[in-house]
Ligand binder design. Structure first.
Ligand SMILES: [Zn+2]
Length: 607
């Protein structure tokens, strides 16, 4: 195996904070293996039979017996896009700059695995199962074929994803094409993401354990996909199966993912099947990370890269793993900040310990306390101080190397609405705040509010807008900066029969907050429309002016400002804004702002 000098040097430099073992050197002929990468969205390792014998996933379990199983693989964030970006670049989120789904996108300056493989003669293809990985978010770089076609569906909860059998069909279609080059195929299954509504193979089971039923359904599709691989003696294929993050399932009070950084959402399955059968059946209990996948593949394929990656080559046996004892794996979670206005987290996994930085530090001994129930952080203990200093070193190293600017994806209003439909209600075009801030609420202390927001979301989905509005006003009274509650309130307030005065007051307080005024274009748009509906034209003009300044390319903002100006009798300026709205490329009727109940966005319970 050869590896570029620059890469070795870069890794040794990163090693000051992140690494402990050098890249292995082996003198093998360059393999030309096919590569199949399978990512299972939202899939906890302990829901697969090969990780927990209480579960039964026959296809994946059979696959695991011919693979190396990594028992402690960590995602860099409990979020789909940041995690996949790390998998595909070998970089942590502070390096690649993608911290949230939606407005962040992977900048073209970062070299992806697909780009490297294509440069090395591979034919490359991806089939993804959800809009959150749409090509506009940057992961299509390097793929000859990037299938992100989602079915046209009427339900906005469902339309942004496609089912596993459709994903498999598309992948098989591509696989059977004749080719003279090795292939790299990435297949992404989104099904285990909420809402859990798998095809009813076994309705009783699906009702009793809906999340597990989704995984069983995906397991069958993984089996179909693996069975279609070319015979290994003709065209050997290296297969990697992993997940982007797990799911809370009620642990620590978290139903889905994104609220916390416990192992329930950060620890993911990782199975690697080498074509020559080496190390089959091995299990590795040393901590590894999704950022290790790209450098490992490149090393195994004997492909040089000059990029300074954060990941390391995965150890494939106990001797290799023994060299990892000093490693610190970085993770972060900014979802609470962007979605609720609460503090996020960052931290490290180092050996048996996990340190989480939130407004209050948390330290867990994962060997003794795998469920992370007993916080043993003690600022006076040598252990806590050592890990704290380690986290500071790692974070400083990454920050120094991180992209100086974040790339904002070109999000159309329609895309924002789609992301809302998936529950990514934190999506705005506002700049990234300091995600772990001591003056922001700690999500741990906000579980009552979180539960109330879930209840309100349920009411909203059932179109019980009055009940949702009442509940949301209570939430905002208790937690005035709650971004998700404010969005849901904005979406509820314009529906038929709702007393708008309470919601309008709450939204006005939020957008006029002297310290952290809401700059959420969705809330501003809905607030302006509510004011218009109440014949409060002067206030509507002020709100739409603010909105137009925040989002100058929005035709809807211009058109709405024109309407408000007409209401106050300023027809000359109204005509100017109307003309401007017509010049802008985007249509001026934006679904998410429309006052009709039918077009209010459906917001599912969580992300
Ligand atoms: Zn995901």
């Amino acid at each position: 195996m050869k590896i570029g000098l620059a890469a070795v040097l870069a890794l040794l430099i990163v090693g000051a904070g992140l690494v402990s073992w050098p890249w292995r050197v082996a003198a093998t002929k360059t393999p030309r293996w096919n590569i199949l990468l399978i990512t299972l969205d939202t899939t906890r390792a302990d829901r697969l039979g090969c990780y927990d014998s209480n579960h039964d996933t026959p296809a994946i379990d059979a696959f695991s017996r011919s693979s190396v199983r990594f028992d402690r693989c960590y995602a860099p964030a409990p979020l789909t896009l940041p995690s996949h970006c790390s998998l595909m670049t070998g970089l942590t989120p502070p390096r690649h700059g993608v911290h949230q789904n939606g407005p962040d996108r992977l900048d073209s300056e970062f070299q992806t695995l697909a780009e490297v493989l294509r440069e090395n003669g591979y034919e490359t293809a991806a089939v993804v199962g959800a809009f959150v990985l749409d090509r506009k978010f940057g992961l299509s770089a390097g793929f000859d074929h990037y299938d992100d076609q989602m079915p046209e569906e009427t339900s906005s909860v469902r339309y942004a994803e496609r089912r596993a059998h459709e994903v498999t069909d598309a992948a098989l279609q591509w696989l059977k094409q004749p080719r003279n080059s090795p292939f790299f195929l990435w297949v992404h299954y989104f099904d285990a993401h909420a809402p859990y509504d798998s095809p009813q193979y076994d309705p009783a089971f699906a009702t009793r354990r809906p999340y597990d039923a989704e995984i069983h359904y995906v397991d069958r599709q993984v089996g179909r996909l693996l069975a279609a691989l070319p015979a290994s003696d003709e065209a050997p294929t290296l297969v990697i199966l992993t997940a982007d993050h797990g799911e809370g399932l009620g642990q620590h009070g978290e139903d889905t993912h994104g609220l916390f950084s416990y192992d329930q959402t950060l620890r993911v399955p990782l199975l690697v099947r080498l074509p020559d059968g080496r190390h089959a059946g091995q299990s590795i209990d040393a901590p590894v990370a999704l950022v290790d996948v790209m450098p490992s593949l490149l090393a195994w394929l004997d492909i040089e890269t000059s990029a300074a990656l954060d990941g390391l080559q995965l150890p494939l046996d106990a001797a290799d793993a023994a060299r990892t004892t000093d490693r610190a794996i970085y993770f972060e979670n900014e979802f609470p900040t962007h979605t609720y206005g609460w503090s996020g987290q960052e931290g490290i996994v180092a050996g048996r310990h996990k340190l989480i930085r939130t407004p209050q530090f948390e330290l867990y001994d994962l060997e003794q306390d795998p469920d992370e129930r007993n916080n043993v952080f003690d600022p006076d203990s040598e252990r806590s101080r050592r890990l704290l200093s380690r986290l500071e070193d790692v974070a400083a190293t990454l920050a120094a190397r991180s992209a100086s600017t974040m790339s904002a994806a070109t999000l159309e209003d329609e895309d924002v609405a789609r992301l809302h439909a998936l529950g990514y209600v934190g999506v705005t075009r506002t700049p990234r705040p300091d995600a772990v801030a001591e003056d922001l609420p700690n999500p741990k202390n906000m579980l009552d509010v979180y539960a109330q927001v879930q209840t309100a979301t349920h009411c909203f989905e059932q179109r019980q807008f009055a009940a949702a509005t009442n509940k949301l006003l209570q939430v905002i009274a208790a937690d005035p900066g709650n971004k998700r509650a404010l969005r849901l309130l904005a979406a509820s307030a314009l529906n038929e029969g709702i007393d708008r005065s309470g919601p309008i007051d709450a939204m006005l307080v939020a957008v006029q907050d002297p310290i952290r005024p809401s700059r959420d274009t969705f809330v501003l748009g809905k607030l302006g429309l509510a004011l218009l509906a109440e014949q409060r034209g002067e206030e509507a003009v002020a709100i739409f002016r603010k909105l137009q300044r925040l989002d100058p390319s929005s035709a809807a903002a211009c058109a709405s400002l024109a309407e408000a100006l007409r209401q106050v009798g300023n027809s000359a300026e109204a005509a100017q804004w109307k003309a401007r709205s017509q010049k802008l490329a985007r249509p001026c009727s934006v679904t998410e702002w429309a006052p009709a109940a039918e077009s209010a966005p459906v917001v599912p319970p969580s992300n």
